[in-house]
Design a protein around this ligand. Structure first.
Ligand SMILES: Cc1cc2nc3c(=O)[nH]c(=O)nc-3n(C[C@H](O)[C@H](O)[C@H](O)COP(=O)(O)O)c2cc1C
Ligand code: SF4
Length: 689
């Protein structure tokens, strides 16, 4: 069902009158104030060609039909020198790129949703080394360009750019005009300048990046010049009719960069000097703030948006962990903003607007801020959600396609394991009409999702299991906890449920003996003393007694947070040992590293990088430096906790085969991976069965 604010029967319209009311921007009226703010449009064949592929239109159409009033396609290059490969993003620097945008516009407009695009130049935030695709690199610059030669401080070995000449600045400004014109030629309703998150327009504004002494730098007026000129050119490119706005971070949270007062002055001056129609507000130049973590409260950016709202004469949009409509409504009512951006939430649930309008809040698949989406994009992959596997697969698995997949012959299915894989299977299979019984050995749902949620600051992660189970139950799935089928129970359950298909979703176990991939063995001496898996610690099966040593082979967030857990739960001392050059390095890509490390230091966890275990002994762990094996040290260790490897638990597969019942193994029971793969496999099998 497609919904518009004119639909007076919509329950949501009485509950959320402001969120579901129209908003006019220049000559364009949005049907509601639900905005899909700019997010990486990763639906291109290659970063170099930067043209939309066939995934783009169905992806955006899904979100339009799901009730968004305005979609703003994310960072789109105005000029070839902006390419930030491996990030897959489109461009509008040449006419051949218009057609892909036109297809998206047609698809989005079919649902009464308006469409804009965020135009940007990455400046020093481009990635030149990856431009060296031998089939494409002959035409590309092999350096980044920026106002001044200030290296990018956000990553190790950040690029040092080439300083732009006057002629190059002029060329890039003209590119803003021409790409804006192309967007309107493609049928879009408006355009937005990317003036936040430290990209080129921000680099001109900020004294941190702009060290020029000519008319493009120096004074405040000089630093503002590029932005004012870019917006003027964009207006020139689009004419009087379409709307034009800019996205700005209201504050930086970065030493030496622009903060709230200065940004508010900039907003005032831009509005006084250019013909703009809205301001879209974000926070922070650094990804940990932009993609705020799960322990932040919904709507946390309110005071920053309110600061901009107070000085702007135009409609203001805001974002910030908003996943439920009551928060959005309250922000609108309080006058903090005029439009509500739900970015990650519309990855997690494209039908958010529909569910809000229909008063089906409990059906909303809430974004848990796990940032798997950002991790995918930052590694050059597509936008993907940790528990919405339909993202990017709308042509196969979206609303339209789903209508056709009711099971022709409903089956009776037994699922063993209520982790993310088994629950997603049950949710989809029961919605298709199958009779599903899920049995779980533990007294609680969730498998590794539950374990992860027991780590400090990760509680929200459990929402994944809660939502999947509630939705499965709503469609008729029966879930039995504390039901162990190891040791002969499988046959009886199959008989009782009259199951004609069994799904083994029994997950994986944490290797408590320190088994890992470097030596392909348990750690030496593991059998000489008690050793535990991190799961045993966070579930309270073992206590963090005395001096605790955590051995971390994963270098993602589990190791450091297990150490913090031990420190918070009575350990005398905690030592975190890893063979890698630093702990937590895999959590840089999901923007959690900066949130985890303060906890590690506040808890007084001692870090040992580049170390491997020589011997585990009663009371002690002997370590050696992997680059200088003769350098050894010994740590006191009353409790040893392993974050090394996991192995599949799937012995019931053989049992099911022996019983001659149709059977499928999914998720970690096939091979231990992340929640994302587990949910994906549950989903795929449920559609096929
Ligand atoms: C995968 C991903 C890609 C993003 N790409 C862009 C972008 O291209 N331009 C932009 O201004 N913001 C981008 N953002 C930031 C979002 O627009 C938004 O400000 C942020 O996710 C916070 O909003 P939320 O809490 O509703 O998710 C991106 C965010 C994510 C998670
Ligand atoms: S991956 Fe996580 S942060 Fe991203 S949309 Fe899904 S639930 Fe939200």
């Amino acid at each position: 069902m497609s919904w518009t604010s004119a639909d007076s029967t919509a329950i949501g319209a009485t509950k959320y009158p402001r969120l579901l009311s129209e908003l006019t921007i220049r000559n364009t009226t949005l049907k509601n104030r639900i905005i899909f703010p700019p997010t990486c449009p990763s639906w291109v064949a290659t970063p170099q060609s930067a043209r939309f592929n066939d995934l783009a239109a169905p992806y955006y159409e899904e979100r339009a039909s799901g009730g968004a009033g305005l979609i703003i396609i994310g960072g789109t290059h105005v000029h070839k020198s902006s390419i930030a490969a491996p990030l897959a993003q489109p461009g509008l620097w040449e006419d051949g790129q218009i057609e892909g945008f036109a297809r998206v516009a047609d698809a989005v407009h079919r649902h009464g949703t308006k469409l804009a695009v965020q135009l940007r130049h990455t400046g020093v935030r481009g990635f030149p080394s990856y431009k060296m695709d031998p089939t494409a690199d002959l035409d590309h610059t092999w350096y980044t360009v920026a106002p001044s030669q200030v290296p990018l401080g956000e990553f190790p070995s950040g690029n040092t750019p080439k300083e732009l000449t006057e002629e190059e600045i002029e060329e890039i400004l003209t590119a803003h005009r021409d790409s804006a014109r192309r967007a309107i030629e493609a049928g879009l309703d408006g355009v937005q300048l990317h003036l936040c998150h430290g990209y080129m327009p921000w680099q001109f504004l900020s004294p941190l990046y702009n060290k020029r002494t000519d008319r493009w730098g120096g004074s405040y007026e000089g630093r503002l010049r590029f932005v004012v000129e870019a917006l003027k050119r964009m207006r020139e490119g689009i004419g009087d009719g379409p709307f034009l706005g800019f996205r700005i971070n209201s504050t930086s949270f970065w030493p030496g960069d622009l903060e709230s007062d200065e940004v508010q002055q900039i907003v005032r001056d831009i509005e006084a000097r250019t013909d703009v129609d809205f301001v879209d507000v974000s926070v922070g130049v650094h990804h940990q703030w932009i993609h705020s973590p799960m322990h932040f409260e919904a709507g946390w950016e309110r005071e920053y948006a309110a600061g901009v709202k107070a000085v702007s004469r135009n409609p203001v949009f805001m974002v910030g962990r908003i996943t439920m409509p009551d928060v959005a409504e309250e922000l609108l009512e309080a006058g903090v903003a005029d439009g509500i951006g739900v970015a990650r939430q519309l990855f997690a649930d494209a039908d958010w607007g529909l569910k809000v309008a229909e008063g089906r809040e409990e059906d909303i698949r809430q974004c848990v801020a796990a940032n798997h989406c950002w991790k995918s994009v930052s590694k050059g992959q597509r936008v993907q959600c940790v528990y919405n596997p339909t993202v990017g697969r709308e042509a196969h698995w979206g609303k339209e396609a789903s209508a056709a997949v009711q099971a022709a012959e409903p089956r009776r299915i037994l699922v063993v394991g209520a982790g993310p894989s088994g629950l997603e299977f049950a949710r989809v299979a029961s919605a298709r009409g199958h009779q599903v019984l899920v049995v779980e050995r533990e007294a609680e749902l969730g498998g590794h999702v539950r374990l992860q949620s027991l780590l400090p600051s990760r509680a929200k992660f459990r929402q994944i299991a809660t939502w999947l189970a509630e939705q499965a139950a709503k469609s008729g799935t029966e879930i039995r906890l504390s039901t162990d089928v190891d040791g002969g129970g499988l046959e009886a359950l199959i008989r009782e449920h009259r199951a004609d298909h069994v799904v083994i979703a029994t997950g994986s176990r944490v290797c408590a003996d320190g088994f890992q991939g470097w030596t392909g063995e348990a750690l030496p001496g593991a059998s000489s003393r008690p050793c535990f898996g991190w799961d045993q610690l966070v579930t309270g099966q073992v206590a963090a007694e005395g001096d605790v040593v955590v051995i971390d082979e994963q270098a993602e967030l589990t190791g450091p947070l297990t150490a913090v857990y031990a420190a918070l739960h009575g350990a005398r001392s905690v030592h975190l040992v890893t063979r890698w050059p630093m702990v937590g390095m895999e959590s840089i890509a999901d923007a959690y590293f900066e949130w985890i490390m303060p906890q590690v230091y506040e808890s007084n966890v001692q870090l040992y990088a580049d170390q491997f275990v020589r011997e585990l002994r009663p009371g002690y762990v002997d370590l050696y430096n992997i680059y200088q094996p003769a350098r050894t040290q010994t740590l006191a260790a009353d409790t040893v906790v392993m974050v090394t490897a996991r192995q599949s638990v799937n012995s019931l597969h053989a049992e099911a085969e022996r019983l001659g019942v149709s059977c499928q193994v999914i998720g970690d029971a096939v091979a231990p991976r992340s929640t994302y793969e587990a949910v994906f496999e549950g989903h795929r099998h449920a559609r096929a069965v």
